[in-house]
Design a protein. Sequence first.
Length: 319
Amino acid sequence: MAIGIYATLGPGCSKPEILEDMLRSGLTGVRWNSAFVPIEEAEDFLAPLRAAERAAGRPTELLLELQGRTLRVGSIPDSRLRPREEIFLGPGGMPVPEEIFPLLRVEDTILLNDGRITLRVTKTEAHRAESRVVRGAELKEYQNLILSGAMPTLPPFTESDRRALSRLDELGVNAVMLPFTHSREDAEAVRGLLLPSVRLLARIEDQSGLNALEEIIPACDGIVICRGTLGATLGLWELPRVQEEIASLCRERTCPFLVEGQLLATPVSRSAPTCGEIMDGFYTARSGTAGLLLTGETAEGEMAAAAVKIMGRIVRSVV
C-alpha cells in the first residue's frame, strides 16, 4: 500500500517554487486549515499551489480542515510568553472565546498551541480572567486553546464552515477534515453537506472522540490521529498507547487513517532530523497508515521542502 505524504499550507511554503519542489519530492496532498485562512481568501491563498501543480505537471489532493469546535486565541501579534508572566484573558488582554469564562476556575490549567504553553488561572470574572505562565513558548494568532476542566458545548461546525462546504467543488477540495469529532452524529451532520466525491476525515483529538471511535469509523471515509491535541488533552504519557489503539481499530475495520503531529519537528528551524524523529516516522509509517501529515514543519518552518524530502526517504525505506 502506498503511503501518502501530506503537508500543511502556510507561510513556510507560500511560494510556488517551494511547493513545486515539494511536489517533485513526492508530496501527495496538502492541508488547508480554514481557521487561519478563511474561505473568502481562498483564491489568493491557493494560487501558488495551482501554479506549482502546473509547473510540476501533476495535481495534489486538497484537504480542507474546518474550524469546527476547536477553541483558539484571536488575532494577536506574535510574542514569546515567559514563565511567571501575568496574562490577562478577555477584553484588554489576550482575545479568547467568550464561551470559556463561565467554565474557568482558579487553579485551572489552560494549554495553548498543543500544550507547548501552559497558563494557570489566578482570578476569574464574568467576562475576563487572569492567569500566570507556567510553561512559556512562542505564541501566534489563532493557535488552539484547551481547558483542563470542562470544555464548552459547541456544535460540530460553524457558520463559516457551512459557507466553505458550499464551495468545495469550485475550490477543488478532495476531502474535508472535521476537528474534534465526538460522535457518529457529528460526522453525519457534515456528510449531509458534502458532494459524494468529497471524502470525510474525522479528526480524533480528545477522550470524547476516542470513546466514540467505533461508531465514528463507519460514518466517515478515514480517521486522522491528531497527536498534538491528543497529547495535550489526554497527557503525553498516554499518547503512544492511544495512537496504537486508534491505529489497531482502524486496521481491524479497514478504515484508512492519517497520522499528524510533530513527525519532524526539528526541520521547522533546520534541515537535519534527529534519530528519534527518523525512528518515529519509520514505525508510524509501518503501522498501516494511509498517510503522514506534516503540520508546522511545512506551514511555518524554514525547511518545508526538506521536510517532505526527509519524509519521502522514510516512506521509501518502509515500502
